[in-house]
Structures are given as structure tokens and as C-alpha cells.
Design a protein around this ligand. Structure first.
Ligand SMILES: [Zn+2]
Length: 363
């Protein structure tokens, strides 16, 4: 009795010691958690992305000299690098870009409407839906890839969305999906928010916005950056919006400069990713737009009908550990509805809802 009373704790103690040692000796996981960041730049045409400043449209502005000093060069290759330098020096070298129609690569929008909500639905849920025929604030009946991932093991509570447009809480059906969505003029409200988030809240409340439904992208960008630093979600969506609204205003210079600023936001994001343990080397970045715009005088808008012809074309750029460094790809099309599966694939999952289009093959 005495012996066994003594022996049992001894065995327990030895077992605990072994477990403790084993825990200490477990090496860091060989494969860190893969992550993805999806970015959209609302209504930024493939023409600007792949050919840079449009001289005909620039000539019609009152600030042609300033615009051309900053962004004009005789060749499209030089112009695109002046307009979006980070995109071309980084993804152009280490990733893939699709949608340059002058090279026979079409990014095709399949919802037949070519405006924002139907297109965000298409790209986020993997298929178009004829029921979505307005930008009204109606909760999306369809499941986005963000909602789908948020319900999967390893991703619960680790998916977040940031947008400049105040319709995103409906597009992502936040009431059903439970996704955190900081969009429109929302503040950061988490109880453990940072001092910088508090300061953003103050600045946002005191900054006039040109538009009623869309905030300036600087707020969306920095709310997203602060959340990334604080929460480290596995999947993040950032939806910039200035490009589309400045274009609808007919302000071509502001549209062009917004594209250039968004490129700088992406540089800021990517430099943070590269310096951040847990993100560096294992994060895929996917960038696209919800729709194109018309050409010539039709650049101002988008939709259906001859005035907006061309707005049915999108583009995409991607870079990450499993994405080939193909640069600009010729003679290969893709469809906007493939973006959802492409995001899921980037984090090692297969987006399976019935009817969802497959991932773009960019590995
Ligand atoms: Zn749009």
C-alpha cells in the first residue's frame, strides 16, 4: 500500500516531466498558417493599370501640365510604372497580372450589370445573381467566401473586412455572417483598440468627406492596417473606393491621383507584411476591381449600353508563396466570379458552394 501510494505520484510526476519536456522541445510549426489579403480598387480601369495615363483624357483637364509632368511618358510600359510604381516593381516581378486586353487577356465580368453591388456579389460569392440589381442596402442572400471561411476550422473569428463604401455591411451580410466590417464612416469600436485607432476615430469625425456614402480611403487603409497589427486575421478584405467616386464626379485628375495613392497604400501594406513574422512568406495578396468604366467620354461611368462599353472588363494581380512569377500574362482570360475561389485556394481551402466558379490557375 505504502509503496503504491508513493509510486503513483512518482509515475505522475515523471509523466508530467516528460510532457513538459516534450512541449518545450516541440519545434515551431514547419508550415506557418497561410494568410490572404483581398484588395479591391473600385472602378479602376484596366486601361490605367496596364497603359498608365490616358493622354486624351488628361488633355481635357485644366491641370494637364501637372498631370503629364507626374505621369506622362511616351510608352505604355513607362506610363504604367509612373502611375502604379509599387504594383509594377513588385507584383510585376514576383507575381502575376491578368486583364491587359492589348495582350489578349480579358478579365470578364459575368453579372451583366457592371456596377458595384452586383459585381462585389459576383467576386465575393463566386457567381453572379440576377436578383442583385441595385446598390440598395439589402442584406446579400448569398454566402461570401469571407463568411464561408469564417465558419471553417482555423479561420473562425480570423476574417475581417474594411471598406470605404457604406454598402459593404450589406454585401457581406454582417448580421448573418458575423464578420467584423468597418466600412463607410464607421469607427473602430473594439474595446482593446489602439491609440492610433482612437486617433483615426477623431480624425474621421472631424474630416469632411466629398461623398455621403463613401469615406476617403486613407481611413479605410489605416483602420485595416491597425487591425492587422492588433488582431492578425488570417483573411482580410480591404475595399478602396475613391477611384470610382472621383471618376463619377468627372474629375479625371483626382481619379488618376487616387489610383496612384492606392498604389502607395499597397506598398505600405506589403512592406508591413514583409516585416511581420506570421505574415512574411506566407501571405497571398490578390487585387482586383469590381468593374471597368467606359472609354473615351464614357470613362466617367460604367454599366450597360453603348455609352459604358468596356465596363464589363476587370483585371487582377496576385502575389504569394504559391503564385508563379509570371508577370503580365498574355492570351489568358479569367472571370470576376473566379476571385472567391482564388482567395479560398490561397489559404489552402476549396470554396465549395454550389455554382461557385473555380479558382484562377496562377500557380
Ligand atoms: Zn464600383
Amino acid at each position: 500500500m505504502g509503496q503504491s501510494e508513493h509510486a503513483v505520484p512518482g509515475i505522475l510526476a515523471a509523466g508530467l516531466l516528460a510532457i513538459t519536456l516534450a512541449a518545450c522541445q516541440v519545434p515551431p510549426a514547419a508550415t506557418p498558417e497561410v494568410r490572404a489579403i483581398l484588395v479591391t480598387i473600385d472602378g479602376l480601369r484596366w486601361e490605367e493599370v496596364f497603359t498608365g495615363l490616358d493622354s486624351t483624357l488628361a488633355r481635357q483637364t485644366e491641370t494637364f501640365d501637372a498631370l503629364s509632368e507626374d505621369f506622362w511618358a511616351p510608352g505604355a510600359d513607362q506610363r504604367k510604372r509612373l502611375l502604379m510604381p509599387w504594383l509594377w516593381e513588385t507584383i510585376g516581378e514576383a507575381g502575376v497580372l491578368l486583364g491587359n486586353r492589348t495582350l489578349g487577356s480579358d478579365g470578364i465580368i459575368t453579372n451583366g450589370r457592371n456596377f458595384s453591388y452586383p459585381s462585389y456579389n459576383e467576386l465575393l460569392t463566386g457567381q453572379p445573381d440576377d436578383r442583385i440589381d441595385s446598390n440598395d442596402k439589402i442584406p446579400n442572400p448569398n454566402t461570401s467566401v469571407l463568411e464561408w471561411l469564417n465558419g471553417r476550422p482555423g479561420f473562425e473569428g480570423s476574417v475581417a473586412a474594411f471598406g470605404s463604401w457604406d454598402v459593404f455591411p450589406f454585401i457581406l451580410n454582417e448580421d448573418r455572417s458575423g464578420l467584423p466590417v468597418n466600412a463607410g464612416f464607421r469607427s473602430a469600436t473594439d474595446s482593446d483598440r489602439s491609440d492610433r485607432e482612437d486617433y483615426l476615430n477623431t480624425l474621421q469625425a472631424q474630416t469632411p468627406s466629398p461623398w455621403g456614402a463613401v469615406r476617403l480611403d486613407v481611413f479605410t487603409h489605416h483602420y485595416a492596417m491597425e487591425y492587422l497589427k492588433r488582431v492578425a486575421p488570417r483573411v482580410t478584405y480591404i475595399a478602396y473606393g475613391e477611384t470610382d467616386d472621383f471618376a463619377h464626379d468627372g474629375d479625371f485628375e483626382a481619379y488618376v491621383r487616387a489610383a496612384h495613392r492606392t498604389d502607395a497604400f499597397l506598398r505600405d501594406l506589403w512592406e508591413w507584411i514583409q516585416a511581420e513574422p506570421g505574415y512574411a512568406q506566407n501571405t497571398t495578396l490578390i487585387i482586383t476591381t469590381d468593374h471597368g468604366r467606359g472609354s473615351g467620354e464614357g470613362w466617367i461611368g460604367h454599366g450597360t449600353g453603348p455609352r459604358w462599353a468596356g465596363s464589363e472588363f476587370t483585371w487582377m494581380a496576385a502575389m504569394g508563396p504559391n503564385i508563379a512569377a509570371l508577370g503580365e500574362v498574355a492570351d489568358r482570360d479569367f472571370e470576376l466570379r473566379q476571385i472567391a475561389s482564388t482567395v479560398a485556394h490561397a489559404v489552402g481551402t476549396n470554396f465549395t458552394p454550389s455554382g461557385a466558379a473555380p479558382a484562377v490557375q496562377i500557380e
